[in-house]
Design a protein around this ligand. Structure first.
Ligand code: SF4
Length: 213
């Protein structure tokens, strides 16, 4: 494969054909936010936070799954992109109902950091069925607080990439969807041990290492 010429945020770049807009931007020091992307894994485009404006395209496109092509002119932080990202983050905050005030992991919550960067306040949307789940401490290696889960599925994907694991999946449907272990069982240490990969990738405080006392 050869190279193509693209313009990202006014920078004229020559990038490898076949890479995504997100990869081209990152390789050239242009940061595009994302909540569901995992480096070197097939992109899912679930979170939509990485949308960018592409000249001559009617709609915004997901940068994590759109490959570059010759002559593309891309805007990663235009007013239109910012407005859409703000609504996406606000919608996610609506379903992210866990208490963050007393959470020692809150500073690592990428969603809250994004809300701060994009000046998103308390969500305006009402939810008919609040997504509340009690925090689970049954596993000595992973604490789960699924009230904070935004269903980005990163934990499911990293767990599946570990030989012999594949413990997690998305259970139920629609608004009741949640990340489950097995048939929605407790996350017992016989199955899930201390690799810590899901914690490392979780962009919210839904998965964390238990606090040692
Ligand atoms: S638990 Fe974390 S990584 Fe898993 S889907 Fe929820 S937010 Fe994403």
């Amino acid at each position: 494969m050869g190279n193509v010429n693209v313009n990202i945020d006014g920078k004229k770049l020559r990038v490898r054909e076949g890479v995504t807009i997100l990869e081209a931007a990152e390789a050239n020091g242009i940061k595009i936010p994302t909540l569901c992307h995992i480096k070197d894994q097939v992109p899912t485009g679930i979170c939509r936070v990485c949308v960018v404006e592409l000249e001559r395209s009617r709609t915004l496109v997901g940068s994590c799954h759109t490959p570059v092509s010759e002559g593309m002119v891309i805007h990663t932080h235009s007013p239109k992109v910012t407005a859409v990202r703000r609504v996406i983050v606000e919608l996610m905050l609506t379903a992210h109902t866990g208490d963050c005030v007393n959470d020692t992991n809150a500073e690592n919550c990428v969603l809250h950091n994004l809300a701060s960067d994009y000046e998103v306040g308390a969500p305006r949307f009402n939810v008919k069925v609040p997504r509340f789940y009690p925090a689970e401490d049954s596993n000595p290696y992973v604490r789960r607080n699924l009230s904070k889960c935004i269903l980005c599925r990163k934990c499911v994907r990293v767990c599946a990439s570990i030989p012999g694991k594949n413990i997690l999946s998305v259970g139920y449907r629609g608004f009741r969807s949640k990340i489950v272990a097995g048939f929605d069982e407790a996350l017992l240490s016989e199955k899930c041990r201390d690799c810590g990969k899901c914690i490392e990738h979780c962009p919210t405080g839904a998965l964390s290492a238990p606090v040692k006392v």
